[in-house]
Write a protein that binds this ligand. Sequence first.
Ligand SMILES: N[C@@H](CCC(=O)N[C@@H](CS)C(=O)NCC(=O)O)C(=O)O
Length: 219
Amino acid sequence: MIKLYGFSVSNYYNVVKAALLEKGLEFEEVFTRGSSDDDYRSKSPMGKVPCMEVEQGAISESQVALDYLEDAHPQPALYPADPFQRAKVREIMRVIELYLELPARRLYAEAFFGGRVSDETKQEVKPLLAKGMGAFTRVARFDPYLAGAEFTYADLVGAIHLPLIRDAHRTIYGEDPWAEVPQIKPFVGKVRERASMQQVMADYKAGLEAFLKQMKSGG
Ligand SMILES: N[C@@H](CCC(=O)N[C@@H](CS)C(=O)NCC(=O)O)C(=O)O
């Protein structure tokens, strides 16, 4: 059976988990927050989560795991069949991850976990997020899904990463980055109605509560 290493507060973990659920595959969740120990790094070389273990071995990097799942289990399809349309889906995923999630991640310690982020970092990240949002609005179609009429992996990535990025942005800068892109909210709402997302979000809430409780108690 497929094993998915990670924890339910991780957005990247949740993308792969939602994909496994969408594909209707059986899998076992193996709790880890990532690790620098040699054993885990032999599966996930950067020590990050998620990491997915299949019969032949381990696969790290969420988007690589998604591609594997599509190749190994093509139905239900989560990429379009047409190569160009498939590339456009990957483009949206890449834009969200590289130009929105990665800069926003630099704010998470303060936005979500009671840490502190320097003013310099905050100043540096703000224009990056504005540029990333500009790029995202150029590639996203909201018709009603991000790449058009078909539900794809890009929608799982969008519905999981975008709310986190908005929450971090609002907390740190006191501004709602979705104010000028009103299509995002109904899009996220639509994707979150799916059974896969309902399960992922319920597990996320429970995981976050436990995580914050443990942090407060110094664990
Ligand atoms: N590019 C990676 C990003 C994964 C990632 O950043 N995971 C975070 C949790 S959301 C993590 O493992 N952080 C711990 C670390 O960086 O050591 C992917 O797509 O899987």
